[in-house]
Design a protein. Structure first.
Length: 358
């Protein structure tokens, strides 16, 4: 076997694979090393009795950096779009805000919607961005105490950033691991301490379930305004029927525990999620629960809470970080992995053009 490589990528998650694809397309000889028996990390699936159950990521952004990466390296981008992509359950009704945006959504929730919408507009113009200490929940409280509004923002923070609104800096929302590999003793003390400070893995709890009868009419994501913990439920087989055996419907319900960072009572938090699913999804008690998954610690939904990321560079020559622990400000998920892959691949190419001696 050929053992001469230009670049070694440690980890075959979305960040590692997208970086490897970009560099291979540029002509570099790439070796990808992965400790698990499969690739994709949290952007992968596993088979449970014929059901294709996600290991983490359930949404892939279209029209952005991820799709751009596939186009640039010549890979097929087989992503299907539900119509509408997201519904919001407000007062027992599933509301489609497609085309109406924030204004329509907030007007359905509170008479203070105009004030909050004005605050969002100011933030977009960088006129009203709060400092990095104020949480999203506290920022919303400046405009309204409406529980449904807080619930929607809690669900959005959980869906996009995998953390609660009380733990996500408002500035991040409004702007919308290397140490073990190298070894502590081989890194400067300052960098090691920075890694420990930034190592703030958040947590999520997901219940994958299936039913012979349809349990959701929403073709994509259903987000909730008034629940204990449930942020969203997803209807997979509405757009991808091949993810389940014939005659079955496949779903997932996901919650962000409290707190999402640090220790929490897994049994109690899972119980709250199950209670929400029973209330919000008629027929859930007749469904088959395929798995209940708690992602945290060494297998978190995001390695770092948005706004607390490390830089891509490291003190070790020719060693870079990619993935959702070094994402750009106010980014997350597979989109963050695609963006960091682009940035680091460009740095490698600028320093060592393909075919040159490294």
């Amino acid at each position: 076997m050929d053992t001469a490589f230009d670049v070694i990528v440690i980890g075959a998650g979305a960040g590692g694979l997208l970086t490897a694809a970009r560099l291979a397309h540029r002509g570099y000889r790439i070796l990808v090393a992965e400790r698990l028996g499969y690739v994709g990390g949290r952007a992968s699936t596993r088979d449970i009795d014929g059901f294709k159950v996600n290991n983490g990521a359930i949404v892939i952004e279209t029209g952005g950096i991820t799709q751009q990466t596939f186009a640039e390296v010549g890979a097929p981008f087989d992503v299907r779009m539900p119509d509408p992509p997201v519904l919001y359950r407000i007062g027992g009704k599933d509301v489609d805000v497609t085309g109406g945006g924030w204004g329509f959504l907030l007007s359905r929730l509170t008479r203070h919607g105009a004030k909050l919408l004005s605050g969002l507009a100011d933030a977009r113009r960088d006129e009203g961005l709060p400092d990095g200490q104020l949480s999203t929940a506290d920022w919303i409280s400046k405009f309204t105490q409406n529980k449904a509004v807080h619930g929607i923002f809690r669900s959005m923070c959980g869906s996009v950033f995998a953390v609660g609104a009380d733990e996500l800096p408002a500035r991040v929302f409004l702007t919308y691991a290397t140490v073990r590999l190298v070894g502590d003793r081989n890194l400067p003390v300052g960098y090691t301490e920075a890694v420990k400070r930034a190592d703030r893995p958040c947590a999520m709890i997901s219940v994958n379930f299936a039913s012979r009868e349809p349990l959701m009419t929403a073709p994509g994501l259903l987000s909730f305004a008034s629940t204990r913990r449930l942020c969203y439920a997803a209807n997979f087989t509405a757009t991808c029927p091949e993810m389940a055996p014939g005659g079955w419907h496949l779903y997932v319900g996901t919650a962000v525990p409290q707190p999402a960072i640090g220790n929490f009572d897994e049994a109690a938090e899972t119980g709250l999620l199950l209670a929400d699913l029973r209330e919000q999804i008629p027929g859930f008690d007749r469904a088959r629960i395929l798995s209940t998954v708690v992602t945290r610690d060494d297998w978190p939904p995001q390695r770092a809470v948005a706004g607390f990321d490390l830089p891509h560079d490291t003190p070790i020559a020719n060693l870079w970080n990619v993935g959702d622990g070094v994402k750009e400000y106010a980014n997350g998920g597979t989109t963050a992995c695609a963006e960091t892959a682009q940035l680091v691949a460009q740095q490698v190419a600028e320093r060592y053009p393909a075919g040159s001696a490294a």
